[in-house]
Design a protein around this ligand. Structure first.
Ligand code: UGA
Length: 443
């Protein structure tokens, strides 16, 4: 059965959720306070790069199932289910998450809800938030606790957002016992549930914890392999062979064991920090002190990359030209939030290098966020007279690079592979000095 639903916040999470819910046959109204964003989406234009999303968006707008607005009144009138997909960024100068956008949705929408409805939170929030929001909304709405709240965290990955939303690994429903929320969410996700997606019902706190603990686990897995990369560097081992070997143990698994520059983006770094901050508030800080080390290992890899480049160039970066291939925090994304690649580019520049950055999709965002870095329009332009080429985001275009194409372009044949994504043998055989994190193959 088609449900009339709204999605508050049309950023990454909200826009994808809105389009995919319409794709599943529901009638969806996306709501954003940013009129320009709403206008662009209305016109079928996705304001960020996400493979496959523009097609889903356009198809559903044309079918009349998907609209966008800035009006909370219209949204309150229209929806029986209201999803919250606004951002919860890290607070400036602190570890904790900033909930001002979530609160603003609840405080504006709550008083407008004049008939029973369900609010389903999708944003990543500190554990304990849902209980507080449920009370807040019941206080604000004219129909009181007939407006129910559910916590329904989202696990989509950038670059795979459409697939992850249409075919999630699991659906988590944090609900209060005795209400209608579970039945409504089962209806919302009927297609996925019918296709066998596990639908997991639990209390609010556990649902909130599932989200952050999943991200904490992924971050830990990445930092674990990066710690092993440090060990490989200390003894002359090869972390890629190590990852393959331990990954064969199905209890460990090979996925998320790619050693390199580590994690960035708008989720993992801020989520583990907010998780630690919340643990502290709850008097449980000891439980998560290991996450501080996960964060430290992650940040250390960026510094190590700068060291590798400096060593390879004879001990100084002053007067050196550095080509930086990659700016997005990961391939198939134009997101540069907490991007390890741009962090490294910035450090290299501070140490005196002339940096030239190229990324297939993230140039506009990079220029906006880091206007003082040097930029180029192609791989070859970035590598012009470069003393070293750094590959810092593993775009397919870079993986497939043929060292012969750069002959006569670069000044020095030195390549540093920050993501262990190049065919090292090919570069070494072509006469390049190949450097990487966690492996020593330079000869
Ligand atoms: C992450 C989670 O994977 C999603 O499940 C979650 O829903 C999302 O955060 C969120 O909370 O919204 P995302 O940030 O899109 O998704 O990116 P990931 O694919 O998890 O990659 C994160 C970072 O880890 C990237 O910088 C990537 O380069 C790095 N990474 C990943 C590694 O360094 N090594 C690996 O083996 C895998």
């Amino acid at each position: 059965m088609a449900i009339r639903m709204t999605v508050f916040g049309t950023g990454y999470l909200g826009a994808t959720h809105a389009a995919c819910m319409a794709e599943r046959g529901h009638e969806v109204l996306g709501v954003d306070v940013d009129a320009e964003k709403a206008e662009r989406l209305k016109a079928g234009d996705v304001p960020f790069y996400e493979p496959g999303l523009p097609e889903v968006l356009k198809r559903n707008i044309e079918a009349g199932r998907l609209r966008f607005t800035t009006s909370y009144e219209e949204a309150a009138e229209f929806g029986d289910v209201h999803f919250i997909g606004v951002g919860t960024p890290q607070r400036r100068g602190e570890y904790a998450a900033d909930l001002k956008y979530v609160h603003s949705v609840i405080d504006t929408l709550g008083p407008l809800l004049k008939r029973p409805a369900l609010i389903a939170g999708k944003s990543t929030v500190p554990v304990g938030t849902a209980t507080e929001l449920a009370e807040r909304v019941a206080r604000l709405s004219p129909v009181g606790d007939q407006v129910e709240l559910a916590w329904n965290p989202e696990f989509l990955r950038e670059g795979f957002a459409v697939k992850d939303t249409l075919e999630p690994d699991r659906i988590v429903a944090g609900v209060q016992p005795g209400g209608k929320a579970e039945a409504i969410l089962r209806e919302v996700y009927a297609k996925a549930v019918d296709a066998g997606t596990p639908f997991l019902v639990m209390d609010y706190a556990t649902a909130e914890l599932v989200k952050v603990s999943a991200n904490a686990f992924l971050a830990t897995k990445i930092s674990f392999i990066n710690a092993m990369a440090e060990m490989c560097e200390a003894v002359g081992g090869d972390v890629t062979l190590l990852a393959d070997a331990i990954g064969h143990d199905t209890r460990i698994g090979r996925r998320f064991l790619n050693a390199g520059l580590g994690f960035g983006g708008g989720c993992l770094p801020k989520d583990i920090r907010a998780f630690m901050a919340r643990a502290g508030e709850l008097g449980a800080d000891q439980a998560l002190t290991f996450l501080r080390e996960v964060d430290n290992i992650n940040m250390r890899r960026r510094g190590r990359m700068v060291e590798i480049a400096t060593e390879a160039l004879g001990g100084t970066l002053i007067g050196k030209n550095v080509a930086v291939l990659g700016a997005a925090f990961k391939p198939d994304s134009d997101d540069v939030r907490d991007s390890p690649a741009l962090n490294v580019a910035g450090m290299l520049q501070l140490k005196g290098a002339a940096v030239s950055v190229y990324d297939p999709k993230a140039m506009e965002n990079s220029r906006k966020m880091f206007p003082t870095l040097g930029y180029s329009e192609s791989v070859v332009d970035a590598c012009e007279k470069a003393d070293i080429v750094l590959v810092l985001t593993e775009w397919q275009e870079f993986r497939e690079l043929d060292p012969a194409e750069l002959e006569g372009v670069v000044r020095g044949r030195v390549v540093a592979d920050g993501r262990n994504c190049l065919d090292a043998r090919k570069w070494i055989d072509a006469g390049w000095n190949y450097r990487a994190l966690g492996r020593n193959l330079s000869t």
